[in-house]
Design a binder for this molecule. Structure first.
Ligand code: ZN
Ligand code: FE
Length: 248
């Protein structure tokens, strides 16, 4: 049976996610404690673990209080153990891990930070990408190179098309405006933005198929000609798009 997914808005534009099944409940990222603790108690769910994607404060600030209140264990990348909250389990991309009875895949997705990981639950068809692949966008390159982020996005893009992409922020308005500026003829993009506006809903989470059709950072092949980069390597086209977005 697939796990139940709950999307929680935190801080100004962060997302945290709860996954719940017969074996318990886990949290992916802890931007702040209050809304997460409230949701757990409203649902009468007992938290067993917190999975951390990367070290930024807007993804980890709630850890200490949530651990104090729930006793949940904290799981994060061994490579970033020195700058993550205290970890009970240090994980390494590619290593096998079972969460809530489901064998999951830990994917290395550096670029936004070095040490950023994504958690893929293949049986439930969901991946937690935080600030790597995002709805209609991708994270800024604070620590890694464009080549690193391009490789990370390519790894995520290799997942099944119906995988739900759960990213770390609601940046839909800004990402959507940028996407439209570089990809104005994209009908799927226009339809997605119109649907988001009509429903007054965030545009995340969305399937990988929809991101492939509408996210400019996954549309390098379709956009290269309009950028005059027909013969450039994919990572260079991606780098150009990323720096255009930074200046947008
Ligand atoms: Zn971040
Ligand atoms: Fe973030």
């Amino acid at each position: 049976m697939p796990l139940e997914l709950v999307t929680l808005r935190c801080r100004t534009d962060n997302y945290a996610y709860l996954l719940h099944g017969e074996e318990g409940t886990v949290l992916i990222d802890a931007p702040e404690a209050a809304p997460i603790l409230r949701e757990l108690s409203a649902r009468d769910w007992t938290l067993s673990a917190i999975l951390l994607t990367h070290h930024h404060a807007d993804h980890t600030d709630g850890v200490a209080e949530i651990v104090r209140e729930t006793g949940a264990m904290v799981i994060g990348a061994a490579a970033d153990a020195h700058r993550l909250p205290p970890l009970d389990l240090r994980i390494t991309p590619g290593e096998p891990l079972e969460v809530l009875g489901e064998p999951i895949e830990i994917i290395d997705v550096p670029g936004h930070t070095i040490g950023h990981v994504a958690f893929h639950f293949p049986q439930s068809g969901v991946v937690f990408t935080a600030d790597s692949l995002m709805a209609l966008g991708c994270g800024r390159l604070f620590e890694g190179t464009a080549q690193m982020m391009w490789d990370s996005l390519s790894r995520l893009n290799a997942l099944p098309a119906d995988t739900l992409i759960c990213s770390g922020h609601d940046y839909c308005a800004g990402n959507g405006a940028f996407a439209l500026s570089v990809d104005p003829g994209n009908q799927a993009l226009r339809e997605r933005l119109a649907a988001v506006q009509e429903a007054r809903q965030p545009c995340a989470p969305a399937t990988l198929a929809l991101e492939r059709a509408t996210n400019p950072f996954l549309r390098v092949a379709a956009l290269r000609a309009s950028l005059g980069m027909e013969n450039a390597p994919d990572a260079e086209v991606f780098a150009r798009l990323r720096s255009m977005k930074d200046a947008f």
